[in-house]
Design a protein around this ligand. Structure first.
Ligand code: ZN
Ligand code: ZN
Length: 347
């Protein structure tokens, strides 16, 4: 048996540490890993509060951001062996036959089942995964940093793949949560002319982290008129790129007010509430509104390489907890004391 953080039913707070069966390899291309580090995601907190906007299966072990050591491989696994340090992507299951799976965009597979949501996840001592979604961790990258590959890839996908960004651009990031903070680091790789992070007074600690990550300015949204403040700079026409890593509609409205004519808004944060305002300014400005979701295999390889080179470093936004302290890890992250909690399932 092993320890696992299980979301056992609907209703707020229905999460507990349980003893569950250790997973074993079932198919020839599966791998079981001993989980060394597992990040707490905003989506885990949403499931904890039963406020998620996506379908879930319960009971389910939470967690989809993790790293570990290979302890068992299926008979046809060739790329990995016992003892390898690995990270694994989030889709526990994809159909392999839809047009998205066939073109490497399996993050968009309509049948995708993610860890910690529709399949048992990583806040446990062991996890069963697939050879096809594992990646080797570079020797100089710790398990804790490697467990952050997933959120780093979410940000990397939004900035490097889905955004038009050039050196010298004026870039604004809404939301200093883990994804917004990694978006700051990812944007920094493109040498923006000015990089602004927007948060609230409650985000003080996280705004400081954003500055350490390369933001030139932090704007506290509840202490000023965000739009007027940002438009004061430069030629007053607004930022070339707005990265919205917040799940409420007010930041989208502000993004549309802010964005430079011909510029782009990339929407990473999401929430089920209707937006409730006119999109006309977006059309009049001929600006682009782009969604970004998840990531795929080549992005993981690139992000791991960038972490190995020290160009991306998620650790300063994290705090570590033994798995028994999962509740503290959830509650402290929820209180915005720091951006990211990481559980250590073996301690
Ligand atoms: Zn996540
Ligand atoms: Zn598919």
């Amino acid at each position: 048996m092993m320890k696992a953080v299980v979301n056992y039913a609907g209703g707020a707070g229905s999460v507990e540490l349980r003893e569950v069966e250790v997973p074993a390899v079932r198919g020839p291309k599966e791998i079981v890993i001993q989980v060394m580090a597992a990040g707490v995601c905003g989506s885990d907190l949403h499931m904890y509060h039963d406020s998620q906007g996506f379908p879930v299966r319960r009971p389910v072990t939470l967690g989809h951001e993790y790293s570990g050591v290979v302890v068992e491989v299926g008979s046809e696994v060739t790329l990995f062996q016992k003892g390898d340090r690995v990270v694994s992507e989030t889709p526990a299951y994809i159909c392999e036959t839809c047009v998205y799976c066939r073109t490497g965009q399996y993050n968009l597979c309509p049948s995708r089942r993610g860890y910690g949501v529709l399949e048992d996840g990583a806040m446990a001592q062991f996890l069963r995964t697939r050879e096809a979604i594992c990646h080797r961790i570079p020797d100089n990258v710790s398990f804790e940093a490697a467990a952050m590959t997933e959120p780093a890839c979410v940000a990397y996908n939004a900035v490097a793949f889905h955004s038009h960004i050039r050196p010298g651009d004026d870039v604004v990031v809404f939301g200093p949560g883990p994804i917004g903070l990694m978006a700051v680091q990812a944007a920094k790789l493109f040498s923006p002319g000015r990089l602004t992070i927007v948060g609230t007074a409650k985000d003080r600690n996280r705004l400081e982290v954003a500055k350490r990550f390369g933001a030139d300015r932090a704007v506290v949204a509840d202490e000023c008129d965000v739009v007027a403040d940002i438009l004061k700079y430069g030629d007053g026409m607004g930022p070339d790129l707005v990265l919205d890593a917040v799940g409420i509609s007010v930041t989208l409205r502000q993004s549309i007010e802010l964005v430079r004519p011909g510029g782009q808004i990339t929407k990473i944060g999401w929430g089920p509430a209707p937006v409730g305002f006119s999109l006309d300014p977006l059309i009049q400005k001929a600006a682009r509104l782009q969604g970004s979701f998840s990531h795929n295999w080549p992005m993981w390889e690139k992000v791991l390489l960038l972490m190995s080179k020290g160009e991306l470093d998620p650790l300063p936004m994290t705090k570590l907890y033994p798995i028994d302290d999962w509740k503290k890890a959830f509650d402290e992250m929820d209180s915005l004391a720091h951006a990211k909690s990481i559980l250590l399932p073996q301690t």
